[in-house]
Design a protein around this ligand. Sequence first.
Ligand SMILES: Cc1ncc(COP(=O)(O)O)c(C=O)c1O
Length: 443
Amino acid sequence: MVRLNRIFKGLPGEVLAKVEYFNPGNSTKDRMALRMIEDAERDGRLKPGGTIIEGTSGNTGMGLALTAIAKGYRCIFTMADKQSQEKINILKAVGAEVIVCPTNVEPEDPRSYYSVARKLNKEIPNSIYPNQYDNPSNAAAHYAATGPEIWKQTEGRITHYVATVGTGGSMCGTSRYLKEQNKNIFSLGIDTYGSVFKKYKETGIFDKNEIYPYLTEGFGEDILPQNVDFDSIDLFLKVTDKDGAIMARRLSKEEGMFVGWSSGSAVHGALEYAREHMKQGDVMVILLPDHGTRYLNKVYNDQWMKDHGFLEERVYGTARDIINSRGGQDRLVTVTSNEPLESAILVLNREGIDQLPVVDGAEFVGTVSTAGLLEKVIQNPEARKLPVREVMDKPMQFVAVDSTLDVLSSMLGKNNKAVLVRDERDRVHIVTQHDVLQALAKQ
Ligand SMILES: Cc1ncc(COP(=O)(O)O)c(C=O)c1O
């Protein structure tokens, strides 16, 4: 546990970091990896000479690989291709076999790293798939160790616990223990833009429209892992890729803590919360999951940071820049779902645009495009009178205002010509493929 001296300076209360890179595999995942293996040994799921297969963003793999070396098991890991090359190399260095899978496919897709891990587990005899997402040993490890350590190290003074939420183990196991000691301890979960957690906590809705590609590694999910116990998290805050990256660099330079990207996200979210809510006498503990070496080619590479619009030199890097370039003049044109097709066609013509979001009150429920509507009306002229609701396509996806041009271009294609962006003042803007191409041309 290390006190943060500079970043929170001037705010009331005390802020401590639980620095998890001191574990032998340099991350918080060592704790649950050991526990998942030992629980499997105890109940007979894992036998001598067995194979451990896991879908991992790297750190769990490291914990499993180190444990496997000590205990004589073979390891095969599946990883999403957005993970840093360093993480892949590190796992190979400790004897694991690594299979890299595409990031931008649905979890149920047979190519996803979840599906590939499951398939290998079926095919390889005497193998186990610990499945860190749903394996109760994950949160149990943090309940048994991280929680009690924090309680002891703060001598029971902790008032706020902050952690990023991926599988949920490090947030929920720890929080459950802490809340059992003092039910008033407040747990702040850090989520990413592009993940389902915050909306699910606030509304109970698993909204697929919340899911889109993001760059930060290790937390935020497009599934609801069983290790996420929403009752043990009081509030979620979302942090952008950029804010997390910049804060990781600040932690290294200003606090002497060379930490990973998600540590930056945790501290950024904690700072946002602390500015509004911390009081004298409060003790906040922030879990910093891993070490900076795993991000040398990303967050700690100036050129990579510039290329992603994360360092200020770049003038035209994000959705926000596209919106700002409109000088505050843009106004989102929409059609309501009960209007007839002919009104939508009139609006598209009048505005000289190719696609239109369909709304029902404040909700975005669909999309219509010039090409789609014309096709319908040419096939059946009577369709002009049909309500838009009956022919609309799925709604455009929302993306974070700090989404970089590469994230935007990966989302825009043949079937997806525009995305929506909500700014800090809750105004919604549209960003089209054409906008992104223009922005790229200006670089
Ligand atoms: C770098 C990093 N940060 C944060 C997390 C999230 O931790 P948890 O899975 O315990 O929710 C992980 C988990 O993979 C991680 O690797």
